[in-house]
Design a protein around this ligand. Sequence first.
Ligand code: CO8
Length: 258
Amino acid sequence: MTYHTLLTQVEDGVGLIALNRPEALNALSDQLTRELSHAVETMEADTNVGAIVLTGSDKAFAAGADIKEIKDKTFIDVFSEQFITANWERIASARKPTIAAVSGHAVGGGCELAMMCDIIVAAESARFALPETMIGIIPGAGGTQRLTRVVGKALAMDMILTGRALTANEAREAGLVARVVADGAQVDTALDMAARIARSSRPIVMIAKEAINKAYETHLAEGIHLERRLLYATFATEDRQEGMNAFSEKRKPNFKHR
Ligand code: CO8
């Protein structure tokens, strides 16, 4: 498939997807979200890809839903086409690790898209905001839920009700962002992290991601129980044996991803 709103590459075990609608600050049009969904699906199926980096431009990760495109939609339009659900969320269900490399505006659906990724790396210039109430809607791509779980009720209320943007450093202090780097370094940092992840056993990394995500969806005892079951399951993999053999033999592991 030829993409018109994305640039993609696969290198060093890492898939890179760059949103590319500079004329609209990467606003998430129907075409862009369909192409993004397809690109994620393709990288999920590509055995050469061990981790996925999603980025935008220096000026904007993404400025949210394409307001011009959705402004005349009716209830029945968004309900019938399952707006958001149909195409926006493929990255949130990726089994491979995903890293958002954010610079500039991560606003509305753009902020929500970053929050669908497992890790956010932010340039100092990055700004995170959910200002949807200012245009008469509410965050609708997981913002009220994912932000609140990560930063807590007080800050989520502050951001969503007033629309104020968090700086990269505020977002890191609040737990939304894993690393803040100098402007321009966000993509290389994310690619380095992703390449490091991709060098590990793919199934083991996917199992670790599944276990962490479960922490948001269950109570502690059940989460610990699942963790223990998944840990035991790692002992059924060839890569677990290879990892421990390599450590004992003081050499680098040669993972076969099985
Ligand atoms: N949609 C469409 N076009 C956009 C968007 C957008 N979200 N954001 C920017 N653009 C366009 C501008 O219209 C402008 O185009 P033109 O040059 O043709 O006028 C171009 O991009 C550059 O934008 P600005 O001139 O505004 O750039 P600034 O640097 O001055 O400002 C901002 C940057 C602050 C990011 C500003 O563009 C802005 O406020 N954008 C809108 C941000 C916003 O409100 N996003 C939330 C959208 S709603 C959403 O994402 C919720 C998802 C769930 C929806 C559920 C619906 C059922």
